[in-house]
Structure formats: C-alpha cells, structure tokens
Design a binder for this molecule. Structure first.
Ligand SMILES: C[S@@+](CC[C@H](N)C(=O)[O-])C[C@H]1O[C@@H](n2cnc3c(N)ncnc32)[C@H](O)[C@@H]1O
Length: 351
C-alpha cells in the first residue's frame, strides 16, 4: 500500500487535471513527482522535503516563495496543496495566479481536518468560477480558471514588521504568512526571554534551534549590547522557508550576527555551540507532535561544547524533562508560568 499523504493520493486519482505545463505548490512528499505524467515546477516550503527532491532533476525545484528566476504565466495548470497555516494560503494562491497563464487551470487540494472548507472560500475569491470536482480520502479538490493572473509576485510585498518588547528590550521582527506567532511575541518565547534576562547564557556562540522569525537571536544580541557586553553570534536554524526568510530579514535590520540555516532538525548542521536556546516545535499540522523535539533532544548534545548549556521553553505538559536528563545532563527548572516551563540542562562533561 502506498504511504503518500492523502492529498497526494487524491492528486494522482485526478491526474486528468495535470494538463500541459504543470506547477505543484506545497509538495510534502516528492515521490509523487515520479508518478506525474510530465515534469514541471515543484515547490515546497519545507527544507527537508526540498533536500529530498534533489534527485528529481527534470523538475524545476523551488524552496518557498522566492520568485527569483520564475516567469509569470509559464504554466497551464497549477496545483495548490492547502497549507497547514491558513494565513499562508493567500501567498500560495497569489503564487499560483502568478505562475498560471491567463485561463490556466488552478486546482486546490486539501484535507477536511486541515480546513479545506474554509480554504475553499479563499480559493473562490481568487478563482471565482471554482467548483468542487472531487471528494475522496477525507480531501476535497477544487478547480477553476486563472481569470485574474498576476504579473508580479514578490515575497517582499508580503513582509510585515512588528515591534516587540520584552524585559525592556525592543526588537523589530519580520513576518510573513505562515510564520510562527506572526505579529506578536509567543507566551513561551516571552517567558524564555525574561528568563534569559535574569540568567544570561554564558558563551557568545549560540544556536537558536527552530528560530522562526529570528526573535530570540535578535533579542539576545540586543540585550547583551544593552549591558555593554559584546553581542556575540547567534546562529539560527528553521525548516520553513518563510521563517528562514524572516529570520534573515530580522537579523539584517537589527545588524545581528549569525547565520540562518534552512534545515530539518539538526542533522544537516556541523559544529558545536557554547549554548543552544530553543522554543521548539510541538505541532505537525493540526496535531500535537513532540517527535521532532524529542529527536532534537537526542541529538543536541553532539552540537554543544563539553559543559555547554541547552535552554529550552516548552508547554509544561510536554514530557521533555526525563529526555533532557538522559541525553544531555542534569536538568533544572528555571521558570514556570501557567502554561510554560523553562528548562536548563548542561552537557555532561566527559569523565
Ligand atoms: C514554537 S516555534 C518557535 C519560533 C521562534 N523561535 C519563536 O520563539 O518565535 C517553532 C519553530 O520550529 C520550526 N520547526 C518545525 N519543525 C522543525 C524542524 N524539523 N527543524 C527545524 N525547525 C522546525 C517551525 O517552522 C517554527 O518556526
């Protein structure tokens, strides 16, 4: 039995819709590409999926919504998979309207539990003659004509800036549709930053795992400067293309130092840091999923210098403490509020 996501199965079941030059936006499993009638453009905003697409050399492969090198009106059919974050659908539909020629076929596929019913309303605004053409495997397929093609599609046009203050330090943070906690400071991040103000990290080479829009790294450096310390370097890593774009923009505007890597977890990173700081992911789509963070905890020790520190904030109900103890070293609870807990663990020194 195939293990393709339902949405991809439903695309193959409707392969008569894959007509002419085809672009597929929001791919989550590249193996579907080998089953498409002809090659075209494939876009994913997930760094891990993007890496695993590399062998599909006959396809034009895109990471996220950067339109550099893309040509307007170049496709006869554009497939849009419903994104997990609803806000991102506007971006994905705009990219579809840009890539599709006048009169191209625009197709949207999404799962009911991920909100295809609400998504179809948005689809109909962009594609007024759209209709539901199939319903299977808990998914719906919508199809209509690209009657409002876009000549221009630039990611910068969707960038919004928000000023956030925590522990007296103000930072300006870039936002794009679909980025975590866009336009506000997450409660967990706030507790973590307040704790970092009280108990600063030692070491000036830090990694922010799952950095989102780069708020933690930018704040850390601004905080150190405010105390007349060298700002140090805070590298960041995130799996999502929009997060990576935002973190780079946030760092650039703040003059913050550090590289932002597009990676799925830690596997693609080389090197060790004096401290790793994180508000890690706990969702996969609409479901609570701690597997990514559990894997991170298992791997992070090899990216810490001996005696290096992990500072992590998480929802208090999530079961990380025992894992931190087992894979890193002695754990302390540094702060707690009604929802979140900040943990610290030092990497065990070699005996
Ligand atoms: C809870 S948010 C925190 C974002 C940011 N650090 C903040 O505090 O605002 C978690 C981030 O993890 C990222 N993420 C999810 N899965 C990941 C993975 N496998 N590898 C790296 N980052 C991941 C998400 O894109 C999201 O930006």
């Amino acid at each position: 039995m195939s293990s393709l996501p339902n949405t991809h199965e439903v695309l193959l079941r409707n392969d008569h819709l894959l007509d002419g030059r085809v672009a597929i936006l929001g791919l989550s499993d590249p193996s579907v590409l080998s089953q498409c009638p002809s090659a075209g453009l494939a876009m994913t905003e997930h760094a891990g999926v993007f890496k695993s697409m590399a062998s599909y050399t006959d396809w034009q492969l895109c990471f996220g919504y950067d339109s550099e090198g893309l040509q307007t009106g170049a496709f006869d059919t554009v497939i849009v998979f419903l994104p997990k974050a609803r806000a991102e659908l506007s971006l994905r539909l705009a990219m579809a309207q840009f890539l599709g020629r006048q009169g191209a076929s625009l197709v949207m596929i999404g799962e009911k539990k991920e909100g295809i019913a609400g998504g179809s309303k948005q689809f109909l605004q962009a594609v007024p003659d759209g209709m539901k053409v199939d319903s299977a495997r808990h998914c719906q397929v919508w199809n209509g004509t690209n009657s409002q093609p876009k000549d221009v599609f630039a990611l910068e046009d969707y960038l919004e800036w928000t000023s956030l203050t925590c522990a007296g330090i103000e930072v300006s943070v870039a936002g794009l549709p679909g980025v975590f906690s866009e336009g506000e400071l997450d409660g967990g991040t706030r507790l973590l930053l307040e704790n970092l103000a009280e108990k600063p990290l030692t070491g000036d080479k830090v990694l922010d795992f799952a950095c989102g829009a780069g708020v933690i790294g930018t704040w850390l450096q601004a905080h150190r400067r405010s105390e007349d310390n060298e700002p140090g370097v805070v590298d960041g890593v995130d799996v999502q293309a929009q997060a990576v774009a935002c973190a780079r923009a946030t760092y650039e505007r703040a003059g913050a130092q550090g590289d932002i890597y597009a990676e799925d977890g830690l596997a693609g990173l080389k090197g060790r840091w004096q401290a790793v700081v994180t508000n890690p992911p706990f969702h996969s789509g609409v479901k609570t999923d701690t597997s990514m963070t559990e894997q991170f905890i298992r791997q992070v020790a090899r990216h810490l210098v001996p005696g290096g520190e992990l500072r992590l904030v998480a929802n208090s109900f999530l079961p990380y403490e025992a894992l931190l103890q087992r894979f890193i070293g002695p754990v302390q609870t540094l702060a707690q509020d009604k929802r979140f807990t900040v943990y610290r663990a030092f990497q065990r020194l070699p005996r």
